[in-house]
Design a binder for this molecule. Structure first.
Ligand code: UT7
Length: 329
């Protein structure tokens, strides 16, 4: 088994208290609680209020991480934020977070890898710390998907929720504890199966954009589903192989929380029984880049992940992007 170069220290999360239930959605679009639960596993999702900005939610999650790590914001050398929903298109969400946190000594930048953003962040942070230029890197996954969701489109509006999660990457100090492998991959030829057509430099804000609702997320669900199952299986294989471990050795699998059927297919492929798979998609829906760090924090605080646990993290999202990380906690 590989010796880790970096370790993860501390976790944190923020989820808004406002709940949007399947019953609420039944009153908004032609759908049913039964359809949503059977096809996705989702019962409810959290929706941010206006004061719950991406920077605010991220800051709360990061403060929890720093408290566990015994560090101050000034100790942070780098802030990496995986998000598809920054508070503003310019500057980066990570810079707004840096200001809110008072992390004045950090470099700050975003990662545009959609639902895989948090795992892309861990992979990049591992490299930054391994190079010796960074000692403490905050890695955040945060989303306000409710802000780019079309609540007249039943194919997407039942899926998404808001939230933030974070952890800290540091040089490994303790023998075999830390990141054992990372794997990141993408296929840009499939971008238009899951995307926001308008609002960027190609199609700037206009009356037309508002009229055709191209500011919102569009998704070809069935095609995305098939690619997600295939790519997450690939990601599990790659990360396990590089770490030199098998699925049977994994104590906890945290897959991206998009759909319970994708989660089950991923676990089955990796040879990991469902009692070792963490699922919170029923409570939070799909929070994109935030889904894995929120789940990670829930697992760590509940004691499901403890010192020495072998953890497999795996994600898939728009791009398409997919990624995986094996970590000895
Ligand atoms: O986070 C990054 C990646 N995202 C994902 O991984 C999401 C991947 N995709 C999925 O999770 C699933 O494809 C969905 C949950 C989005 C859809 O489930 P599905 O089993 O693939 O359904 P479908 O799109 O094939 O639609 C089946 C039927 C259609 O009706 P017809 O054509 O069979 O009459 C849809 O119009 O279900 C209909 N439908 C709905 N019915 C009630 C679609 N959305 C809804 C809805 N309520 N909300």
């Amino acid at each position: 088994m590989k010796r880790p170069i970096v370790q993860l220290v501390g976790t944190g999360r923020y989820t808004p208290s406002k709940i949007l239930s399947n019953q609420d959605l039944e009153r908004m679009v032609e759908t049913s609680d039964e359809w949503i639960r059977e096809r996705t596993g989702i019962r409810e999702r959290r929706i941010s209020e206006s004061h719950e900005t991406l920077a605010y939610m991220s800051k709360v999650a990061c403060e929890q991480v720093l408290e566990v790590a015994g560090l101050t914001p000034q100790d942070v050398d780098a802030i990496l934020v995986g998000t598809a929903t920054p508070d503003r298109l310019l500057p980066a969400a990570a810079c707004d977070l840096q200001a809110e946190l008072g992390a004045k000594n950090a470099a700050a930048f975003d990662l545009g890898a959609a639902c895989s953003g948090f795992l892309y962040g861990l992979s990049i942070a591992e490299g930054l710390v391994a190079s010796g230029s960074v000692q403490n890197a905050l890695v955040v996954g945060a989303e306000r998907l409710s802000r780019i969701t079309d609540y007249t489109d039943r194919a997407t509006c039942v899926l998404f929720g808001d939230g933030a999660g974070a952890t800290l990457v540091q040089p490994a100090v303790d023998g075999d504890r830390g990141i054992l492998s990372t794997y990141i991959k993408s296929d840009g030829t499939l971008a238009e199966l899951l995307y926001r057509p308008g609002g960027g430099a190609l199609c700037p804000p206009s009356e037309q954009l508002l009229n055709d609702r191209s500011y919102f997320i569009k998704m070809a669900g069935r095609e995305v589903f098939r690619s997600a199952v295939r790519s997450m299986a690939d990601a599990c294989d790659q990360a396990l192989q590089q770490a030199g471990v098998s699925g049977e050795q994994v104590d906890v699998l945290i897959p991206h929380q998009a759909n319970i059927r994708i989660i089950e297919a991923t676990a089955k492929h990796a040879g990991i029984p469902m009692d070792k798979v963490y699922v919170n998609v029923d409570r939070f829906g799909n929070t994109s880049a935030a889904s894995i760090p929120i789940a990670l924090d829930e697992c760590v605080r509940a004691g499901t992940i403890r010192s020495g646990s072998l953890v497999l993290l795996v994600a898939f999202g728009a791009g398409f992007t997919w990624a995986s990380v094996v970590v000895r906690w």
